[in-house]
Design a protein around this ligand. Structure first.
Ligand code: NAD
Length: 293
């Protein structure tokens, strides 16, 4: 069984980006610059944004964090997005979700200039991805694609089952696996909360990608012998033996499924660390104008 190590792979990617940034600086080019907008004081959002800003510094990017009050109006937020859109020094922009309920995520997302949309959430980038054009692909699906590529996991002609159809993971993942490319060219079944006989379907998967958001939902009896299993889920469970008081588990019951899988991502240390690496990679591409010329 191959343990697909997202921690190591993400570090490799960060090293590659850092080397490219050093090169750009030596050539007298502009330092890539990521801006993040954080609205309110949500603890998890602060942690995620903090980790993104820290990663920027580690690899030599510039970063700007714009913090706005929970009570900021939609109009004011749209104005901040627009100012960043117009700022030639900033290459990439992310707006940390969730936003307060009085603000429309659709309006804000749609305001982000596609050329700076390094989260890959705008309709322009989702459309381009679907058309198999150069696009900023959302960080988590992109991280999974990169893991499959770097571990040389064959996807062509395989049956890939995706559990979950969220806009940020399951749906884009199904499109990426089906498109004509490598990784890709898989025969894809996208399953969701209304799917019947889920187990019968997952048992036929050569590649099973799980983004259901339910702790240890996928058990060994749902998995074919020799399948590749990608676990996107992240859940905190209490664990008094840990200094932090908790440990992380995924959507897959790792101990039993890893006995059957030919390759599997652990939690933590699988898909999670790839997400930030993908965001940094998208920002480098934005700085180098690789997607939109
Ligand atoms: P979500 O809650 O938006 O979507 C869950 C999906 O599961 C839905 O599409 C729903 O239809 C489907 N579903 C629910 N019950 C089902 C059932 N019984 N059978 C089949 N499908 C069912 O979740 P999400 O945002 O896609 O996240 C999924 C998990 O991945 C969460 O644990 C989340 O924390 C984690 N996540 C991790 C990363 C990362 O960087 N590793 C990024 C995003 C999300």
């Amino acid at each position: 069984m191959i343990l697909v190590d997202g921690k190591k792979t993400s570090q490799d990617i960060k090293n590659e980006i850092a080397a490219r940034v050093a090169e750009i600086k030596t050539e007298g080019g502009k330092t890539p610059h990521l801006a993040a907008i954080l609205v309110g004081n949500d603890g998890a959002s602060q942690t995620y944004v903090g980790a993104k800003v820290k990663a920027c510094h580690e690899i030599g990017f510039e970063s700007t964090l714009v913090r706005l009050e929970e009570t900021v109006s939609e109009e004011e937020l749209l104005k901040v997005v627009d100012d960043i859109n117009q700022n030639p020094d900033i290459d990439g922009l992310i707006v940390q979700l969730p936003l307060p309920r009085h603000i429309s995520v659709e309006k804000v997302t749609n305001k982000i200039k596609p050329e700076k949309d390094v989260d890959g959430f705008t309709p322009a980038n989702v459309g381009r991805m679907t058309l198999n054009w150069p696009a900023y692909v959302a960080a988590t699906p992109y991280g999974i694609v990169e893991l499959l590529k770097r571990y040389e996991i064959e996807t062509s002609g395989k049956h890939c089952v995706v559990i979950g159809r969220s806009h940020i993971v399951g749906s884009p993942m199904s499109i990426l696996m089906a498109r004509n490319g490598n990784p890709g060219n898989a025969t894809v079944t996208l399953t969701h909360s209304r799917t019947q006989n889920l187990k019968e379907i997952t048992k036929t998967a050569d590649i099973l990608i799980v983004a259901i958001g339910k702790p240890e939902f996928v058990t060994a009896d749902m998995v074919k012998e020799g399948a590749v299993v990608i676990d996107v889920g992240i859940h905190r469970v209490e664990d008094s033996s840990k200094k932090s008081g908790f440990r992380l588990i995924g959507d897959v019951k790792f101990d039993e499924v890893s006995q059957k899988a030919s390759a599997i991502t652990p939690v933590p240390g699988g898909v999670g660390p790839m997400t930030i690496a993908s965001l940094l990679y998208n920002t480098l591409q934005a700085a180098e104008k690789k997607i939109y010329q």
